[in-house]
Design a protein around this ligand. Structure first.
Ligand SMILES: NC(=O)C1=CN([C@@H]2O[C@H](COP(=O)(O)OP(=O)(O)OC[C@H]3O[C@@H](n4cnc5c(N)ncnc54)[C@H](OP(=O)(O)O)[C@@H]3O)[C@@H](O)[C@H]2O)C=CC1
Ligand SMILES: CC(C)CCC[C@@H](C)[C@H]1CC=C2C3=C(CC[C@@]21C)[C@@]1(C)CC[C@H](O)C(C)(C)[C@@H]1CC3
Length: 420
């Protein structure tokens, strides 16, 4: 292996370095439980402590762990089935390119068929609502176990396989960010698998279980529940349909696979992104048709911006002469790559984040304005994307130098036109 193949030491630590990582390892699971306990309480007020801490027995349920393991195994099996195409990821430090299976959308369809059969067989979907906290505990323990396994595995990985962002030499920091970039068991890519399948498809299934709980309690699902589940299912299906696009995201290209992503993918996403639907079961909200149309319009505007901008960049990066992007204005960079300065990417520097945030708002509005809790997602997501934008900006400045400065001059706003 030549010296240039080796992953250089990570010098600039993010998230407040190793102390920040230590704090987040406790704060992130703590936040999940705080949110779920608050949502379970009658008042559902984020400003009040959610009553007594539940006993250990009420948090632990071996059946929940068993169901979770069966779920992850089912998704792993669908991932491994010989369906879908194989594509290559970006070129790695050692000049190789990994192969990835593209079949997440098919996995979703098979899962939907299995869920349909389970409905016909009258399987007790509301069980997930009744034992949600126990599922969250099982999932948090599972992601912690996976992160420990990943860190131990990374200690025997070749230097070139380490993540540029998670090779600081500080075990705690590297455990949190992820030490190895693309940990695999044979051809099974653990990070790529976890990024979309068990968590995102699981999020949709959890929402469906909550909808079934509403039917059990009130005879039919509410309009608010239908809107929330519909909007979020569209988002998840879109992500699965465009599975190939995640191969160029920061998570796959830069961050390793450690506690942050393992916990994020397997616990944070399914158990906090489903909070609106969880809230609606215990705190029903009446919405009229006019309000529903308004929310659908907001979601549609967000989706058009999100999808339009992501597809424009993906088409441009794949083939700059593609007829859909060939007419757009660009600026050259020293790396040979060009930057779009018109179209969606001429509006703000992260139009995809803008669209994503507008959709996030549309997912909360059906929950009414009487509680802050259903607005957790849009609030957290704003903070996440502002932070993510700053990380990306930093990387792009390093990568493109003067050309990036020129882009910032031409497109002065980061996410919100004329605001930020
Ligand atoms: N729901 C959720 O929890 C989350 C959703 N997301 C969503 O994931 C999606 C992907 O986001 P993310 O991975 O952060 O990054 P982006 O898809 O925004 O990619 C950023 C990269 O795009 C390239 N780029 C930036 N500006 C331009 C330009 N003007 N012209 C051409 N290329 C440009 C640069 O890479 P290069 O030049 O090397 O190609 C840059 O590093 C977003 O829609 C985001 O909203 C993200 C995080 C969480
Ligand atoms: C737990 C911490 C607070 C941070 C964890 C962050 C993760 C939850 C997110 C990091 C990037 C993500 C992406 C998606 C989901 C959330 C995480 C894993 C994504 C799969 C959602 C669907 C989108 O269409 C996408 C573009 C495919 C997203 C990619 C990034």
């Amino acid at each position: 292996m030549s010296a240039s193949d080796k992953t250089p030491r990570t010098k600039e630590l993010e998230f407040g370095g190793s102390l920040g990582a230590l704090v987040l390892i406790f704060v992130l699971p703590g936040t999940v439980f705080y949110l779920l306990l608050t949502c379970n309480s009658d008042e559902a007020s984020v400003l009040r402590l959610p009553g007594p801490v539940p006993s250990l027995e009420s948090l632990w349920n071996p059946s929940a762990l068993l169901i979770l393991l069966s779920w992850v195994s089912l998704q792993a099996l669908l991932y491994m089935l010989p369906m879908g195409k194989i594509v290559e990821g970006i070129t790695l430090r050692d000049n190789t390119r990994l192969k990835y299976k593209i079949n997440a959308f098919q996995a979703f369809l098979v899962t939907a068929i299995i869920a349909g059969v389970a409905v016909v067989l009258k399987l007790p979907f509301p069980y997930v609502y009744d034992h949600f906290l126990q599922f969250a505990v099982a999932s948090a323990l599972f992601s912690l176990g996976l992160s420990i396994f990943l860190y131990i595995k990374s200690l025997t990985a070749p230097e070139s396989a380490l993540a540029p962002g998670g090779n600081s030499g500080n075990p705690l920091y590297d455990f949190f960010i992820g030490h190895e970039l693309n940990p695999r068991i044979g051809s099974f890519d653990l990070k790529y698998f976890c990024e979309l399948r068990p968590g995102l498809i699981g999020w949709c299934l959890i929402n469906f279980c909550f909808l079934m709980k509403e039917i059990e309690l009130r005879g039919s699902p509410s309009l608010s529940m239908i809107l929330v589940c519909g909007f979020q299912a569209l988002y998840v299906m879109d992500a699965l349909w465009h599975e190939e696009a995640i191969l160029t995201t920061m998570d796959i290209v830069h961050d390793g696979f450690g506690f942050m992503l393992a916990f994020g993918d397997l616990c944070w996403v399914p158990f906090t992104y489903s909070l609106q639907a969880y809230f609606l079961v215990g705190h029903p909200q009446e919405q009229g048709m006019a309000a529903a149309v308004f929310f659908i319009l907001i979601n549609a505007v967000g989706y058009i911006i999100f999808r339009g901008s992501n597809s424009q960049k993906n088409a441009f990066r794949r083939n700059p002469s593609d007829p859909s992007v060939a007419g757009l204005e660009t600026i050259p960079t020293a790396t040979g790559k060009r930057l779009l300065v018109s179209g969606w990417w001429g509006l703000v520097r992260h139009p995809n984040y803008l669209g994503d945030l507008i959709m996030a708002l549309a997912w909360s509005l059906p929950c009414g304005v009487s509680h802050i809790l259903p607005y957790f997602y849009v609030t957290y997501f704003t903070a996440l994307l502002v932070h993510r934008e700053a990380r990306d900006e930093h990387q792009c400045l390093k990568k493109y130098g003067l050309a990036w400065q020129e882009y910032c001059r031409r497109v002065p706003y980061r996410i919100f036109p004329y605001i930020y």
